[in-house]
Design a protein around this ligand. Structure first.
Ligand code: DX5
Ligand code: ZN
Length: 213
């Protein structure tokens, strides 16, 4: 069964606790937290203090997506703040193997994200060591942009590599996810990250249910 991970980037932060409760009421089990440094991604968003507060406000799985340069600077503090998974960008580091070890040392799930222009082959050597691969279907930080259809092909490639390598990583797709994209990726993606789609849905429970085929 796939997972719908609402991305807090589109939440109303004046009512953060109500938004967290609403995610729980919609029966989502994961929350996606975007961390942006104003450099790798153009905007600034979420630091350890806020993640610690969010951790206090929910028991759901916190799926933290680091859209930051040199992510090794933030692994320990974001892990200690209460993240359950830490996903860094392949484009943001020269030391992916070291980062994987660092995140494992914190006993957290490990993911690598790839931008729309990055081919799956770049991360192929690491697939056996990952809990998840995050395929960006939009440019980092551009919530609300349309889904780039090339992501679909990457998901197919990852499915093939997972089968060939007998690997266990989950395939997550992030950006521009709506009902149409969920239908397209049915039985392929394991995690659907959705910001504007989830938070603007008339019926959040039904939106979460739409991935639970
Ligand atoms: C954007 C973030 C996404 C974002 C998705 O770079 O990684 O998680 O919140 O937002 P939507 O679903 O609105 O495209
Ligand atoms: Zn994200």
């Amino acid at each position: 069964m796939a997972i719908l991970a609402p991305s807090l980037l589109s939440a109303n932060f004046l009512h953060l606790k109500e938004e967290l409760d609403s995610i729980e009421q919609a029966k989502a089990t994961w929350i996606h937290l975007d961390v942006m440094d104003g450099h790798f991604a153009p905007d600034l968003f979420l630091g350890p203090k806020l993640i610690r507060d969010i951790r206090m406000g929910t028991s759901l799985f916190l799926d933290t997506h680091l859209m930051v340069d040199n992510p090794e600077r933030f692994v320990d503090c974001l892990a200690e703040a209460g993240s359950d998974a830490l996903t860094f960008h392949w484009e943001a580091t020269t030391k992916p193997a070291y980062l994987i070890k660092m995140i494992r040392a914190q006993n957290k799930k490990v993911g690598i994200a790839i931008n729309p222009e990055t081919p799956v082959s770049c991360i192929a050597p690491f697939l056996g060591e990952l809990d998840l691969v995050l395929v960006m279907a939009i440019s980092p930080g551009r919530a609300g942009s349309p889904f780039q259809i090339e992501a679909h092909q990457k998901v197919d490639e990852l499915l093939q590599l997972r089968q060939q390598g007998h690997s266990k990583f989950l395939i997550s797709v992030d950006g521009g996810i709506g009902t149409k994209e969920i239908a397209l990726l049915k039985n392929k993606a394991d995690i659907f990250v959705s910001g504007s789609g989830f938070f603007s849905a008339m019926d959040r429970l039904a939106f979460v249910k739409s991935v639970q085929y």
